[in-house]
Design a protein around this ligand. Structure first.
Ligand code: M3P
Ligand code: FE
Length: 309
């Protein structure tokens, strides 16, 4: 098997201000599938085409934002090896016991220099995508309910010390740098798009003074038409839209950004390209960042660059 090590973003745990309102939003507007609730008050969701039990978890809190991000690794041997590698690199890790999150195995948790809680895990119960593994249909009712993204795709996190973060992802966890934005000095890296797979990014970071911030969680749509349909559903439900529909120069993704009722930004996107680990990094200079952000409009949208949760 060519793909080993860290496989993909497996889950993100998000804080919401009103749980009932959020459950309604993520079930009916976003069209995620609720898969469980735990005794800590967390509600678990997955996207319709995901096989594992959960990918998007919410809990009620006084402040919106992200609690932690989890990436799935190939197997337990990989988990043990990456934990050892992280420790040797000087990163302290701790184990969270299997079952602390519903249907999820043991997790290796650590804090990134950007202030984000990040974890690796190898096991999560496979519940399937509802279409079975024998002669499956291409879609079913859940894929037409609400925005109905295919899968959790990536997240963009804001925080300090992204140069250190890059070392952890590239030198320890086996990611590669797909694209980057340089700061005004045309030297320092202001933003990073990192992949552990064939995807144009699995996680991204922007340098920002405040630690642990969430810019957006991104959901994959099957087509540009489905992104536009997502925009229609946002408008029908009076969802607060930030930017789009448009296309980024960075990653070439086609996108809409909007906020959940608590002010957590999410993205519905499709497209981009499929880099291999031997591809060379694409660089956006500061003077062209407006194209990087919004290629057709060439606009540095103020809200997009400054509002985080
Ligand atoms: C994405 C993406 C910025 C661009 C963000 C890009 C911060 O979210 O999915 O490619 O300018
Ligand atoms: Fe994104």
């Amino acid at each position: 098997m060519a793909m080993t090590g860290v496989l993909r973003p497996g889950h993100v745990a998000i804080r919401v201000l009103d749980l009932d309102e959020a459950v309604k939003f993520y079930s009916d507007v976003m069209g995620l599938v609720e898969t469980g609730r735990d005794d800590m008050g967390r509600v678990y969701f997955k996207c319709w085409d995901e096989q594992d039990h959960n990918s998007y978890i919410i809990r009620e809190a006084d402040q919106a934002g992200v609690d932690f991000v989890g990436f799935k690794v190939l197997d337990n041997e990989t988990l043990n090896k990456l934990e050892k590698d992280l420790n040797e690199f000087g990163i302290e890790t701790r184990r969270i016991e299997a079952g602390e999150m519903l249907e999820t195995g043991e997790r290796v948790r650590f804090t990134l220099p950007s202030g984000h809680e990040f974890e690796l895990y190898a096991d999560k119960t496979k519940v399937g995508n509802g279409m079975g593994l024998t002669n499956p249909a291409p879609w079913y009712t859940q894929s037409e309910h609400g925005i109905a993204p295919v899968r959790l795709d990536h997240m963009l996190l804001y925080g300090p010390n992204i140069a250190e973060v890059k070392k952890i992802f590239c030198d320890v966890l086996g990611f590669f740098l797909v694209e980057r934005v340089l700061g005004e000095d045309n030297e320092t890296e202001a933003a990073l798009w990192l992949s552990c797979s064939h995807k144009v990014h699995d996680i991204a970071f922007v340098e920002y003074p405040e630690p642990g911030k969430l810019h957006h969680t991104s959901f994959l749509m099957e087509s540009w038409e489905r992104v536009l349909r997502a925009g229609d559903i946002m408008s029908m439900n009076e969802v607060a839209v930030d930017i789009g529909p448009t296309r980024h120069g960075i990653t070439r993704g086609c996108t809409i950004y909007a906020w959940d009722p608590s002010g957590n930004r999410f993205e519905t996107f499709m497209g981009g390209y499929h880099p291999y680990p031997d591809y060379e990094t694409i660089t956006w200079t500061w003077d062209n960042f407006a194209q990087g952000l919004d290629y057709p409009q060439r606009k540095l949208h103020e809200s997009f660059l400054t509002v985080v949760s």
